[in-house]
Every structure is written in C-alpha cells, then in structure tokens.
Design a protein around this ligand. Structure first.
Ligand SMILES: Cc1cc2nc3c(=O)[nH]c(=O)nc-3n(C[C@H](O)[C@H](O)[C@H](O)COP(=O)(O)O)c2cc1C
Length: 164
C-alpha cells in the first residue's frame, strides 16, 4: 500500500482521537501532531490532514502556526484527504471551516484531493469545508453525533483505500 501519514492538530484531544481511529483502519498508518512535524509530509505519498475549528471559523492553533509554510512543501502529485471535527449545532455557519482553510492554502500545489463526502445526515447553514455541495473530507461532530463517529470513520477509510 502507498505510504500514508495522518497529520492532526487538536486542542482538547478530539481530533487526535479521530486521527488514531483513522490510522487503525488504514494498517496503522503513521500519525503525527502537526506541531513540529510539517516537513514530515514530504515523506508520504498519501497525506491525511485533520483539524478542528475554533473561535468562529478559525483554524486550530497548531495548524494556524504552520499554514503559511505549507505552500513551500512539495505536495505535487500527492493524494490528500481531510477530516474535520466540529460542532454543527453551536457553530452552524462555520462547521468544520478548518479543512476549507487548509485546502485553500494548498489546492494549487498539485495535490490530488480524495475522500470528499456527502453532506446528508448533517444539519448546518454554512461551511468553508464544503465545495460543490460536498464536504472536502470527512466531517466528524463529537458534540452532537458522537454515536455516528465510528461508522463514519469506517465508511470513509474504506473509500480512501479504494482511492489509493
Ligand atoms: C469556543 C469554541 C469555538 C468553536 N468554534 C467552532 C467553529 O467555528 N466551527 C466548528 O465546526 N466547531 C467549533 N467548535 C467545536 C470544536 O471544533 C470541536 O469541539 C472539536 O471537536 C474540538 O476538537 P479538538 O479537541 O481536537 O481541538 C468550537 C468549540 C469551542 C469550545
């Protein structure tokens, strides 16, 4: 299988936990906290990026810290997938905005986006993580729909495997 790296930024541990679940479903893919590990992306063919969203549509702090360095990575030809954790109820206008902020920064670097998902089953008003009616990646809401997380991860990782 292609070499997969999972990179996450997590303020209270939710996104970290989801990163570990995703890794477990992908033959224990390597998992990194993005803080201090941005350059490690260069070592992987497939890069899975996970972030939460804070403030009102703000990128998680550790991702914010590396965001401006991301365009200098050589991501050309690499497959990239996103997962975002958020709260669609309290932050209905900015649900998982973080993945959209990252994508905006690197989308012109020749990345091949995989792992987009349907928005069915979620209720929210707006998201920078949605493009052409689909989430740019996997959306996880541990605040309101934690009972769905495991099956969402399972289904998504099966799709990711097919896209490799
Ligand atoms: C003060 C505050 C602001 C938040 N802002 C947003 C937001 O704008 N959009 C969103 O989808 N979730 C928002 N959330 C929800 C978090 O992103 C969510 O709980 C996430 O899973 C936390 O993940 P982490 O512990 O990995 O950082 C916010 C939560 C808090 C407490």
């Amino acid at each position: 299988m292609a070499k997969i790296g999972v990179f996450y930024g997590s303020t209270t541990g939710v996104t970290e936990e989801v990163a570990n679940k995703i890794s477990a479903k992908l033959d224990n893919a390597d998992v990194y906290n993005i803080a201090g590990n941005l350059e490690k992306m260069n070592d992987y063919d497939v890069i899975i990026m996970g972030t939460s969203t804070w403030g009102y549509g703000d990128l998680q702090d550790d991702w914010q810290g590396v965001l401006d360095d991301m365009p200098s990575l050589n991501l050309s030809g690499k497959k990239v997938a996103y997962f975002g954790t958020g709260d669609q109820s309290s932050f209905s206008d900015t649900f998982i905005d973080g993945i959209g902020i990252i994508h905006e920064k690197i989308k012109d670097n020749g990345v091949i986006l995989i792992g987009e998902t349907e928005t069915d089953g979620y209720t929210f008003d707006g998201s920078r993580g949605v493009e052409d009616g689909k989430f740019l990646g996997l959306a996880i809401d541990e605040v309101n729909q934690s009972d769905l997380t495991d099956e969402r991860v399972e289904k998504w990782t099966e799709e990711i495997k097919k896209a490799l």
